[in-house]
Design a protein around this ligand. Sequence first.
Ligand code: ZN
Ligand code: ZN
Length: 93
Amino acid sequence: MNVMCPVCNSFQALQAACRHCGGRMEDAGKLSDYYGDYSPYRPIDDAKRTNGLPDLAQHLCVHVAWCPSCRREQRVAVREVTDVELYALEQGG
Ligand SMILES: [Zn+2]
Ligand SMILES: [Zn+2]
């Protein structure tokens, strides 16, 4: 089954609210674009443990979101979707 990140593939805008001001954050790119193709960060590992579904956890694309008001960034995990889900997204607009 093919999965892909809807944000990386421009099907969806990154949905992230700034935890400081609650404002809409901009997508500053994939985390792996910054740090390489691995994720040494605790939040990701914690997510894997808590949802208990290693399969799902692997299908997360971590993005860096940027708040233009606070000039802060935070990491946001985007769930990658299958071809079928992606098709539904396209139809839904
Ligand atoms: Zn992505
Ligand atoms: Zn902010």
